[in-house]
Design a binder for this molecule. Structure first.
Ligand SMILES: C[S@@+](CC[C@H](N)C(=O)[O-])C[C@H]1O[C@@H](n2cnc3c(N)ncnc32)[C@H](O)[C@@H]1O
Length: 255
């Protein structure tokens, strides 16, 4: 994330999507984010890669609880953490289940007193100041044979292009046309308004994504043997902790 670190210090500009990073930015648009995410979110990647043993799962950067709630049907217990209290308040209100514990915590400084069968995270890794360190901590919190399942955003373009606001507006308009065809008009409008909302754009101005190659290289380094799966603007990662007593022979990353 090193272009990232430089960009984080850049000044805001009306023409470029560049702003200082703000880990609490979700506090300011939690309701709107939830309305849009609930329309778009699919959990197939996570549900198709669950480990056999399904006692306790951890969702890191759980947001408004969409994934934690889906997992609660598959695990005995789900711990779901996020840094944003407004996001957690919506999770507790709208995605409640007796076997989910929503807690406020900073994923960069997790103190975990349990071992998990699955640790999942959807589009949160890029928010963390030191993703390598976070991956090391998460890995060591898995039970033998447990799974780390991550999805994170990647950028497909040279750094400057997605930061041009004109490019972003054109893209949002194209998505609106596509959504009008695929969805009902109300849903298409919810997504369009959210994508063009001042607060979401301000958030995007602080977002920094790795390229696909950078994220794959991070996995090869930190999660030897991980499978990486490409989706449109995302990479999905599956890593299984060695079984108890297994020799630690790093296998090459593939996928
Ligand atoms: C793009 S949202 C994804 C939320 C949820 N996983 C989803 O898919 O709807 C990123 C989430 O990461 C959370 N977040 C950002 N930095 C964090 C940190 N250091 N520790 C814990 N959560 C963090 C934000 O509050 C936000 O809820």
């Amino acid at each position: 994330m090193n272009g990232a670190a430089c960009a984080k210090t850049a000044a805001a500009s009306p023409f470029l999507l560049v702003n200082p990073s703000d880990p609490q930015s979700f506090d300011r648009f939690a309701e709107q984010y939830d309305a849009a995410a609930a329309l778009e979110r699919r959990h197939d990647f996570f549900l198709q890669n669950l480990p056999e043993r399904r006692d306790v799962a951890l969702d890191v950067g759980c947001g408004t609880g969409l994934l934690a709630h889906a997992l609660s049907a598959h695990f005995r217990f789900v711990v779901a953490v996020d840094i944003s209290e407004p996001m957690l308040a919506l999770a507790r209100r709208n995605r409640t289940a007796t076997n989910i514990d929503y807690r406020r915590a900073d994923a960069s400084d997790l103190r975990l007193d349990a071992r998990f069968d699955a640790i999942v995270s959807h589009t949160t890794l890029h928010h963390l100041a030191d993703p390598s360190r976070a991956l090391t901590a998460l890995k060591s919190s898995l039970r033998p044979g447990g799974r780390l399942l991550l999805v994170d955003c990647v950028t497909r373009f040279p750094a400057a292009i997605p930061r041009l606001t004109i490019f972003y507006w054109a893209f949002a308009s194209l998505r609106f046309c596509r959504d009008l065809i695929r969805r009902n008009t109300r849903e298409a409008l919810v997504l369009f308004r959210f994508n063009l909302s001042r607060r979401w754009i301000a958030h995007l101005q602080s977002d920094r994504y790795l390229s696909r190659a950078e994220l794959r290289a991070l996995c090869a380094r930190e999660l030897p043997g991980a499978q990486c799966v490409d989706f449109a603007n995302f990479v999905g990662i599956v890593w299984t902790a060695p079984a108890a007593g297994a020799a630690l022979h790093p296998a090459p990353a593939h996928g």
